[in-house]
Design a protein around this ligand. Structure first.
Ligand SMILES: Cc1cc2nc3c(=O)[nH]c(=O)nc-3n(C[C@H](O)[C@H](O)[C@H](O)COP(=O)(O)OP(=O)(O)OC[C@H]3O[C@@H](n4cnc5c(N)ncnc54)[C@H](O)[C@@H]3O)c2cc1C
Ligand code: FES
Ligand code: FES
Length: 498
């Protein structure tokens, strides 16, 4: 039974906002602000935020398209309070457990309603960015979320904000033009008073200003990282809610999304500590990786979409054990180690490459979770990294084959090498023979061609929906060449390789 309490902000509250009782996690009253209303519900946390929004809160502007995170029709914003300020991110509500809304400010398309059209809606109309209108709420929310961000660097960034939204009928150029109008407008924003500016310029309703104080006043306690045995860990839900959405409401679950006890990514000495619950967005924007590897951000543009990256976690990618997991391929090539913890406090460190035993079979005890991922990165050595991925379409698609490489070099010599490949075996593959072959070699065309022979000997692709085995072997070869062509353009040239 649903104990849904909605208190209109301007209306009379039935229970004071500060008087909300919290129960233990599995029976907790999930509490959050939905647009301008406080929600308190005893609904199962395993149901989707989308179903809650549409069928409990009766807000039907949020649409159901694919229920698989692909179309963006269900996009909403989730605002997290940090030191008195709210940070908004878009997410796909169809894959988000209701429990993950706990303590957040959730904004649906209705939350952007003004007496007339808001600035984003106006831009969509001006550019004929809508036809049947089914996708439009998702686009409006994504662009509204972009407006709510701290910085608005470029038109490309505005267009990136809608990379998780699909439209079947309008044509993307009109919608991109609308995004550019929004961008032009945001470039005038008064950075000293951003929220007031957005209100004054008809991006958002005035009640947005009060949300940080209202969320703070709710005094929602941080739920500790749950350590209850026999329960299924759910991070962002972007794999689980695609794979078994119907089974989840009946399972005992540990909701671990956002329960970070440390910064998502931090450097300790020469080691980068990535929290298991860090999101792909955290990793994409981590200064330590951006400084070390110039194309880091571009690699992550190839991983899912903005709203999926905002919720999909690093540990989720590793434990899902998809042979084509992109973050997995990158971390294998970075020679990462994982820190596994248990409820009784025991912990162990395992090289990631030893984690995968067979298809979806892991070196992981029941109840063990990935707390952290460690990557060594010495600033004084010349470490190079590159990632390649081929899919049926460039963006928002999973790989046919992916591969990553990291190399430590001294002059023309390869001191250390780690290569991974996905889509060429039942598990995400650390290419041990290829990596060992490369070490100690001088960078030259002949060496790359020989390494390809070694690589071909340790991959075992099969034919499936993403391509024939022969095609995947060809991709593995070409993408491996791509590593060297990109990292050593002076020494390795395409003409010589082919
Ligand atoms: C539309 C769409 C596009 C996608 N595109 C890509 C893509 O381009 N590349 C790519 O690699 N992936 C892609 N994915 C897959 C997915 O987004 C990633 O694998 C993501 O990182 C999963 O993280 P999550 O937190 O959502 O996992 P969840 O679904 O929450 O969990 C996945 C698995 O990990 C377990 N788990 C989660 N956290 C922990 C932990 N800390 N310790 C132990 N076990 C844990 C869960 O029990 C479950 O078995 C896509 C998914 C969707 C829906
Ligand atoms: S309904 Fe398509 S992404 Fe959620
Ligand atoms: S306007 Fe019809 S799907 Fe986009």
């Amino acid at each position: 039974m649903c104990f849904l309490s909605i208190f209109a902000f301007s209306g009379q509250a039935l229970i004071p906002e500060t008087n909300i009782v919290f129960l233990e996690l599995n029976k907790m009253k999930i509490t959050f602000i939905l647009n301008d209303q406080v929600i308190q519900t005893e609904q199962s946390g395993a149901g989707t935020l989308l179903d809650f929004i549409r069928y409990e809160a009766n807000l039907r502007g949020t649409k159901i398209g694919c229920r698989e995170g692909d179309c963006g029709a269900c996009t909403v914003l989730s605002g997290t309070l940090q030191q008195g300020k709210i940070f908004y991110q878009s997410l796909t509500s169809c894959l988000t457990p209701l429990a993950n809304a706990h303590g957040k400010h959730i904004v649906t398309v209705e939350g952007f309603n003004l007496p007339g059209l808001n600035k984003v809606q106006e831009a969509m109309v001006e550019c004929s960015g809508t036809q049947c209108g089914f996708c439009t709420p998702g686009f409006v929310v994504s662009l509204g979320g972009y407006a709510l961000q701290d910085t608005h660097p470029s038109q490309d960034c505005a267009i990136s904000a809608i990379d998780g939204n699909i439209c079947r009928c309008t044509g993307y150029k009109s919608i991109e033009r609308a995004a550019c109008i929004v961008q032009d407008s945001l470039e005038q924003q008064d950075s000293a008073r951003p929220l007031d500016w957005l209100v004054e310029h008809h991006f958002i309703p005035a009640w947005f200003r009060d949300i940080p104080q209202r969320l703070e006043a709710l005094n929602i306690p941080e739920t500790a990282f749950p350590k209850t045995s026999g329960r299924l860990f759910v991070g962002g839900g972007t794999d689980l809610y695609v794979q078994k959405p119907d089974a989840l409401p009946d399972l005992p679950i540990n909701y671990i999304f956002g329960k970070l006890s440390k910064a998502p990514i931090e450097s300790i000495g020469n080691t980068i500590h990535i929290q298991g619950g860090a999101t792909a967005t955290d990793l994409m924007n981590a200064p330590v990786f951006l400084e070390a590897f110039p194309r880091w951000y571009e690699y992550f543009k190839l991983v899912s979409s903005t709203p999926i990256r905002n919720i999909g976690t690093v540990a989720g990618n590793l434990v899902n054990a998809s042979p084509i997991g992109d973050i997995t391929a990158m971390l294998l090539a970075l020679n990462a180690r994982i820190l596994l913890q248990q409820e009784n406090g025991e912990e162990r460190i395992l090289p990631l490459r030893q984690f995968y035993k067979a298809y979806k079979t892991l070196d992981k005890a029941a109840g063990e979770w990935i707390a952290e991922v460690h990557v060594d990165l010495q600033k004084d050595t010349n470490t190079l990294f590159h990632f390649e991925k081929v899919c049926k379409r460039t963006y928002l698609d999973i790989a046919s084959v992916n591969t990553a490489i990291s190399l430590k070099t001294k002059g023309n010599l390869l001191l250390e090498a780690h290569v991974s490949a996905g889509g060429v075996a039942p598990v995400p593959l650390y290419l041990d023979k290829t990596s060992r072959y490369l070490e100690g070699k001088t960078i030259q065309t002949e060496m790359v061609l020989e390494a390809i022979e070694v690589l071909q000997s340790e991959i075992h692709p099969i034919s499936d929906a993403r391509g024939s085995a022969a095609y995947k072997r060809t991709l593995a070869r070409q993408l491996f060449m791509g590593h060297f062509l990109t990292l050593f353009p002076e020494t390795i040239q395409m003409e010589a390789l082919v």
